[in-house]
Write a protein that binds this ligand. Structure first.
Ligand SMILES: [Zn+2]
Length: 363
């Protein structure tokens, strides 16, 4: 894959290209933006450009065939000795400190910070990509500060997060922030066509299905891929319809939502993932409601447009109440990572939404 295949992030890629060509890549980046818009893909591509051993010196385009390129792009995870990618383990609620400075017996002798200080194995520098940086435990974030403050020579650390504000100010101030925008629906459709085999649809997505998924994706390829799951799609439509109804019942809805989340199986990670998907669905609904109330167009499929229009006819609390509901969803998303009881969670979250809607709670 070439830089040209990275869809919808031209501004970001051009900025990195200029920095690379002028020898000004910095030691610490914070990539921020919604899920599924290409932050990880760009981070991996940047690693490949830096570590490639086959490109001509000035070129930002990795050759794609040298041993380094092959190791960086290896699946499921890169095998290049100078590239590390870490993310929150499925069974953990955050990125633990051990990953950065080693466990208790090996403090400062293992972990990412230790390895970043070693010299490069293949001579092109070292790169670490920290995914899920929103979920850095506070002590883990603090353990990173020294590495961020004085990155060892020829190292690049890339933190990937939803929002810069979720990072400690001490982290934020040490990184160059690179913002990623949601993708256009047309770009999502193009990506779905390119990757339809990897989203579990066996390449059998019809053009009509692709267009519909793109319109529902809120600019996120991940959301579009998840909605290719017909059960989730069906439930999403019902859930949006409920939210659009006057005086919907938060307790009954919480029960229904929990039942749907639990139907995915007994394991916690898929249940959390599903709850997160529903929070994202609600966040998008309120975002579109706020847009509609200030006169902007509703971006979404026919079901979403209908629910938003329906809600707007009886919504008398102004766009700020819709914004308060978006905030409640953002807060809820952060809480899912912490080990919360899902039924209680759904009740609190939906109760907050209903209260913002009725005016019983103010932001
Ligand atoms: Zn190469």
């Amino acid at each position: 894959m070439s830089w040209r295949d990275i869809v919808g992030q031209t501004r970001v890629v051009d900025r990195l290209r200029r920095a690379f060509e002028q020898g000004r890549l910095t030691g610490a980046y914070l990539f921020v933006g919604p899920h599924g818009v290409g932050k990880c893909t760009v981070a991996r591509k940047l690693a490949q450009a830096v570590l490639c051993e086959g490109r001509s010196d000035a070129s930002f385009e990795p050759c794609g065939t040298c041993p380094a390129c092959v190791q960086v792009t290896a699946r499921p995870s890169p095998t290049h000795p100078d590239l590390e990618v870490i993310s929150r383990p499925d069974d953990k609620s955050n990125l633990p400190i051990d990953a950065f400075i080693g466990d208790r017996e090996h403090r400062s002798r293992e972990g990412l910070c230790h390895r970043m200080a070693l010299s490069s194995t293949r001579g092109r520098g070292r790169i670490a990509i920290i995914d899920d940086a929103d979920e850095l435990a506070e002590d883990a974030a603090n353990s990173l500060l020294k590495t961020l403050e004085e990155p060892p020579p020829r190292t690049i650390l890339i933190l990937i997060a939803g929002s810069a504000h979720r990072q400690l100010p001490t982290i934020r101030s040490r990184c160059q922030i690179v913002r990623f925008q949601p993708l256009e629906a047309a770009d999502i459709a193009r990506l779905l066509r390119m990757h339809s085999e990897s989203i579990g649809a066996d390449g059998s997505l019809s053009n009509e299905a692709i267009e519909r998924l793109a319109s529902m994706s809120a600019g996120s390829l991940r959301t579009a891929g998840e909605l290719a799951d017909t059960e989730l799609l069906r439930y999403r439509d019902r859930f949006i319809e409920t939210l659009g109804k006057p005086c919907w019942d938060p307790l009954a809805t919480a029960k229904d939502v929990t039942q749907f989340v639990e139907s995915v199986g007994k394991e916690t990670p898929p249940r959390r993932r599903r709850m997160r998907q529903l929070v994202a669905v609600a966040a998008d609904y309120y975002r579109q409601l706020a847009r509609h109330m200030v006169g902007a167009s509703i971006e979404g499929d026919a079901g979403l447009v209908a629910a938003v229009r329906h809600a707007a006819t009886r919504w008398n609390r102004g766009p700020l109440a819709a914004v308060a509901c978006i905030d409640a969803c953002i807060l809820a998303e952060q809480q899912i990572a912490a080990n919360i009881h899902l039924t209680t969670f759904a009740e609190c979250w939906l109760d907050a939404l209903a209260e913002h809607e009725s005016g019983e709670r103010t932001a």
